[in-house]
Design a protein around this ligand. Structure first.
Ligand code: M6R
Length: 600
């Protein structure tokens, strides 16, 4: 969940690394650090501290000529966020410097076996890696020492390693955690996310698990790289063109990435339609169609917001395609799987394509020989590469930690899949999606009104969302969004379920937000609203026009009932955004979180 960047080339390494860390800060932002080689004084310089990348950029001196370095932005797993636990970490004599993303599961055993006499400075699992390399390098070459270390460590890692005795080389390795190498004429950049390569690489290559990479400056001054397996055999992998542009990852004049991404949602719907329709026909890979059509049941595996999209997907698959489907929390499925049907197919839904819980499931599914399809926003990601097939969400880079446009994109893709698998046309999806995009625009234009509603109604430390059917799934997502960025404790409830216990929490002024887009339960949900009103709740009702009541606070344009989650989620994203804004929260980087969760 940390971000790592390394550079060796002709450019000023500290510039490349710091700009990369800024782009990766959404992956972890407890603390950060950098080590670079100051060529003028022939020494390695390290700065690291608790806090954000801006602190690293603004409060330290980078005036030295430097063309080699590694950097890190941390999401703490072992030890509190403080200066000592920040990366880079060093071996005991400070010869080796390491940045690490992931978790070394057996670091305690390795310490006892190989490093009993070493004095550790930090509480991290990472320091062990640096010390093992140093220990082994006393008896073998550095490359052998690193490979031996890799053969011993268990768990997940993306690693960049510097040897202070050799300032023309940078080493890298990975297992489970993502790591990419980017090349350009001026030099080579390594990073845990493609975004850090943008502007510094023209070609790139996602590094495979257990591959050991050596980047070095040649005698003629040029920089090259080679890859090896753990035994030292050479591996050749083709580079791909990098065509992500810098303006795609900018803020585009908005105050926050989250607001920008909310406002981009109508465009995302249209982009997906353009990508997956040709005229009125679907452009979905025949192989994906075949795998899912043939399956007796589709198992949807996801986490967080993507799991909420999965719930909507299950509904659409069952109601449109008549295909049985079930949704599982990835971390639960991984170690407590259900009894599977005889002929299953697996659908992995992940914005980042890097979520460790999902990857664990995918590895197990593959071992069992079952087919897998990943729906992801990042075509270069691990889950996209390792599943049998993948579908791209086409939402464009999502930078805010709180997922918005990727969620809507996932639901659109799932609606396309459901229609594609149906034996008969249930409704004109393309036409209905274009109505959704128009309704979204109208709603986003009214966002200042939603801000006013928030000021008036969201005044407590807790909040509830209630709804039935598809609206219940939107409530789950809405609640996650509000608590994630505003820290207001929020629960999403099936409207009738509240009175089976939780209604005890309703008292004067507690906000209860109801979502009504499903005709068959309109009256029932309204009865549930009356129940909380009579106990003092402060209501906000969000309804579709055709189901609305004059007393509803927010009435949305009508869209097809089955596509309503794409629309009704938007006011809830805006409620979360404005609540967090008024509370002065760090909206794009909420506390304790990271954008992609690459540890289990
Ligand atoms: O990248 P993924 O979609 O696999 O991530 C899963 C969750 O971590 C993610 O959806 C998380 O819940 C969001 N940050 C919530 O906004």
């Amino acid at each position: 969940m940390c971000g790592i960047v390394g550079y060796l080339g002709e450019k000023k390494a500290s510039d490349v690394i710091l700009s990369g860390l800024k782009k990766l800060e959404y992956r972890g932002y407890d603390s950060c650090g950098i080590t670079f080689f100051d060529e003028g004084n022939h020494r390695f310089v390290t700065y690291k501290d608790k806090g954000r990348v801006n602190h690293l950029v603004e409060d330290f001196d980078y005036s030295f000529f430097n063309r080699l370095g590694i950097g890190h932005t941390r999401w703490a797993t072992h030890g509190r966020p403080n200066q000592i636990n920040s990366h880079p970490h060093f071996s005991e004599t400070t010869r080796f410097s390491v940045v690490h993303n992931g978790v070394i599961e057996n670091y305690k055993e390795l310490t006892v076996k190989y490093l009993a006499d070493v004095h550790f400075v930090s509480e991290t699992d990472t320091e062990v890696i640096a010390d093992l390399i140093e220990r082994f390098s006393q008896e073998m070459s550095v490359e052998e020492a690193i490979r031996k270390t890799l053969s011993l460590i268990e768990g997940s890692y993306a690693l960049l390693i510097l040897d202070t005795e050799n300032p023309s080389v940078m080493y890298a390795a990975k297992n489970k955690s993502p790591l990419l190498i980017g090349t350009a004429l001026e030099g080579i950049t390594l990073a845990s996310d493609i975004m850090a390569l943008v502007g510094y690489a023209t070609q790139y290559l996602p590094i495979e698990d257990k591959v050991f990479t050596v980047v070095c400056r040649q005698p003629d001054g040029s920089v090259g790289f080679r890859m090896h397996d753990i035994l030292g055999h050479r591996i050749e992998m083709p580079l791909q063109k990098l065509d992500l542009a810098l303006d795609e990852i900018g803020m585009g004049g908005y105050s926050h990435y989250m607001l920008k991404e909310i406002c981009e949602q109508p465009a995302v719907v249209r982009k997906i339609v353009a990508r997956y329709f040709e005229g009125d026909d679907f452009v979905v890979s025949p192989k994906i169609h075949q795998v899912l059509k043939k399956a007796e049941k589709i198992y949807i595996i996801a986490a967080g917001t993507s799991m909420h999209a999965g719930f909507v997907g299950r509904y659409l698959l069952e109601n449109i395609a008549k295909k049985p489907a079930e949704v599982f929390i990835a971390s639960e499925f991984a170690y407590n799987p259900p009894l599977l049907c005889a002929n299953p197919a697996f659908l992995f839904i992940s914005q980042s394509g890097e979520t460790a819980d999902l990857r664990t499931c995918l590895v197990k599914i593959k071992e069992m020989g079952y087919p897998s399809v990943t729906i992801t926003n990042v075509p270069t990601s691990t889950l996209a590469r390792e599943a049998d097939h993948f579908m791209e969400i086409c939402a464009g880079p999502e930078i805010a930690v709180a997922s918005t446009k990727a969620y809507v994109g996932q639901v659109v893709i799932l609606a396309i899949l459901a229609h594609c698998l149906a034996d008969r046309k249930v409704f004109d999806l393309k036409e209905e999606l274009s109505k959704v995009a128009v309704a979204m625009e109208a709603l986003i234009d009214k966002r200042e009104y939603i801000h006013a509603l928030v000021r008036e109604k969201i005044t407590k430390r807790n909040c509830f969302y209630i709804g039935r059917g598809l609206d219940f799934f939107t409530c789950l997502e809405a609640a996650l969004k509000l608590k994630e960025i505003s820290y207001i404790q929020t629960e999403g409830f099936a409207a009738a379920e509240l009175k089976h216990g939780t209604i005890a929490l309703i008292e004067d002024g507690v906000p209860v937000i109801a979502i009504i887009s499903q005709k068959n339960v309109n009256n029932l949900t309204r009865a549930n609203i009356r129940e909380v009103l009579s106990r003092g709740a402060n209501k906000i009702v969000i309804s579709l026009n055709r189901l609305s009541d004059p007393s509803d606070e927010l009435v949305l344009m009508d869209v097809h009932e089955m596509l309503s989650p794409m629309l009704t989620v938007i006011p809830t994203q805006l409620i979360a955004f404005y609540s967090a804004l008024d509370l002065g929260r760090d909206i794009d980087k909420p506390r304790n979180l990271a954008k992609s969760v690459t540890v289990e």
